[in-house]
Design a protein around this ligand. Sequence first.
Ligand SMILES: [Zn+2]
Length: 111
Amino acid sequence: MEHKYEKYCHNCGAVIDKMAEICPKCGVRQPINQVPPPVVSMNLNPHWLITVLLCGFLGVFGAHRFYNEHYGTAVLQLLTGGGLGIWYIIDFIMIITGNFRDKNGNYIKMN
Ligand SMILES: [Zn+2]
């Protein structure tokens, strides 16, 4: 059980103020309050994530361009093996850096 403004004494288990440095009951100094580790919240844009994954795994087939409905260049990539393996790498970097556009011409951002 974790109370919002209370904690249990490290030594005797008495309920004491959360900010207390020394237990009023047994007089034992409390360990320094541990700061909880920062929660890594990326809030990734799922559209961006899918585009990254498609490009990373199926980029040689132009999958990320099909997904974003760039059909002309998608077919071109499909026929050329992702632009001889260079073009899709460039696309991948563009996607990672947020410079790849969706079907509406808007940049696809990471979050
Ligand atoms: Zn105590």
